[in-house]
Design a protein around this ligand. Structure first.
Ligand SMILES: [Zn+2]
Ligand SMILES: [Zn+2]
Length: 319
């Protein structure tokens, strides 16, 4: 094994990503995730302020700042700290591993001769279907559910709740997507428009807005449908969950996991046992590891930290 090569990949990843991030922040352009995320967040927030669905919900709703931090962390910082280096090394290890068997190229289907728009469409539909399956597994596999609980600990929906999730989800989603997408020659980085579109729909899915997009609701996920995904009281025969859609709702209609009994505007959100779920960023991201460790030690009890870091919790509810 050529460890020097891997070390160089790690240092190049950090160096490259750091420069990318600084560039993103200080040089706004149309092809820039940082400013798109910021602009889009403000746009959806303004809609929430001017045409709210739950009119009594505070503009700085419960956990607004916690979710804002998650948004920045998951979209940018996690990549800076770890993901970029981990994934670049993993891709190289994967290719080296295939090289041992004389496989030089994983591309099984050549779509680079297709029109650009059809490449976008195929990537979008395929990635969304893979993500739908991963999301179902996050609910059905007990160890994965411990990580996914972070996203389901949202009690009041607003645009920033979209990116409140455990960083482990980034690793799980990207790993599962990597092999099938690489086989048709896709690199996720090239698809800026797809990424901006799915992020916008994700923001809207969590927003305090009464939106369904009319007949398009059978294709696109929407705030009413996704609210039911977060509802605490699940129907008896659907104990794992309902409405698993990410950007597209069509998979739920095809596989019978759709459930919208009514608009559900004021339904309580969360999961059973939420009272014991930690409230701060660091406690939430370490929770699944502590829980698994305790389970291995034959104890289900979670030690409650006496330190309650108020920095990221927004208990003051400024309106
Ligand atoms: Zn979920
Ligand atoms: Zn959600």
């Amino acid at each position: 094994m050529d460890f020097e090569k891997y070390l160089k990949i790690i240092s190049d990843s950090y160096y490259g990503y750091f420069h990318y991030l600084v560039n993103e922040m200080f040089y706004p352009s149309w092809h820039n995730y940082f400013w798109w995320l910021l602009g889009m967040s403000i746009a959806v927030w303004l809609l929430e302020i001017f045409v709210p669905w739950r009119k009594d919900q505070a503009i700085f709703r419960k956990d607004f700042w916690l979710d804002g931090f998650y948004m920045f962390f998951n979209y940018f910082l996690f990549s800076l700290i770890a993901y970029n280096a981990i994934s670049n090394v993993a891709v190289e290890v994967f290719n080296d591993f295939l090289g041992l068997f004389g496989v030089e190229n994983t591309v099984a289907l050549h779509i680079d001769t297709w029109p650009r728009w059809s490449q976008f469409l195929l990537l979008f539909i395929l990635a969304d279907f893979i993500q739908w399956n991963v999301h179902v597994m996050l609910h059905r596999v007990p160890a994965l559910w411990e990580f996914h609980k972070v996203h389901h600990s949202v009690e009041q929906m607003g645009f920033a709740a979209h990116l409140r999730f455990h960083w482990m989800e980034t690793i799980i989603y990207k790993t599962v997507q990597y092999i099938p997408l690489a086989m048709i020659g896709f690199g996720l980085e090239d698809f800026f428009i797809v990424h901006i579109f799915t992020t916008t729909i994700g923001h809207l899915n969590h927003a305090n807005l009464r939106l369904t997009y009319g007949p398009l609701k059978y294709i696109l996920n929407n705030p009413i449908m996704h609210l039911w995904h977060h509802v605490k009281a699940l129907p008896k025969d659907r104990k794992y969950g309902v409405n698993y859609g990410i950007t597209l709702s069509i998979w739920d209609y095809l596989f019978g996991t759709n459930y919208i009994p009514n608009e559900g505007r004021d339904e309580p959100l969360g999961f059973d046992g939420m009272e014991d779920f930690p409230k701060t960023f660091w406690q939430q991201v370490s929770y699944p590891f502590v829980k698994v460790k305790n389970r291995d030690a034959g104890s289900q009890k979670i030690e409650k930290s006496p330190v309650n870091n108020k920095e990221y919790s927004n208990e003051k509810e400024s309106a």
